[in-house]
Design a protein around this ligand. Structure first.
Ligand SMILES: [Zn+2]
Length: 154
């Protein structure tokens, strides 16, 4: 019997983001966004994909059926529902940063997040303030990554 060695746990998704993003989430965040994550788990089940752990969230990446197929059909790559991320292809570090900002938003808004997000989409997906914030985060992270790789070369 394995007493919880590293091999017994779910595999961990590795990234190049280091300390640019938090490595874990708060307990309160899991509780407050719990209903959102439950919706995410139900959606993720339809992808029949094995999740990996990544920075305190469950990542269903490169999925092909169910919710992932629906996303592709609608022209989207990924969706974040609480602490669950479903994506129909492997995500770049920039997209991972974008989705993790949605996790932070869900932790702030809890069960109010979905209605608030829908309300924010009234003037279109691109103008949704939650999406704008997530795009800003991704840009900041990408800039930091580029600066870091430049620094490495010098
Ligand atoms: Zn987004």
């Amino acid at each position: 019997m394995d007493q919880g060695g590293p091999r017994a746990r779910r595999p961990v998704r590795v990234d190049d983001l280091g300390d640019l993003l938090p490595a874990a989430r708060s307990l309160w965040g899991y509780v407050w966004a719990g209903p959102n994550s439950l919706v995410g788990l139900v959606g993720a089940l339809t992808t029949r994909t094995r999740p990996v752990r990544w920075r305190g969230v469950l990542l269903f990446e490169d999925a092909d059926s169910g919710l992932a197929r629906f996303l592709r059909w609608r022209g989207f790559t990924a969706i974040t529902l609480g602490h669950v991320i479903v994506a129909n292809r492997p995500l770049s570090d920039g997209l991972l940063a974008h989705e993790l900002e949605h996790v932070a938003q869900a932790e702030r808004w809890g069960p109010l997040y979905y209605p608030a997000y829908l309300l924010g989409s009234v003037r279109g997906y691109r103008r949704n303030p939650f999406e704008r914030a997530a795009r800003r985060t991704a840009t900041v992270i990408q800039t930091a990554l580029e600066e870091r790789s430049r620094g490495r070369r010098d």
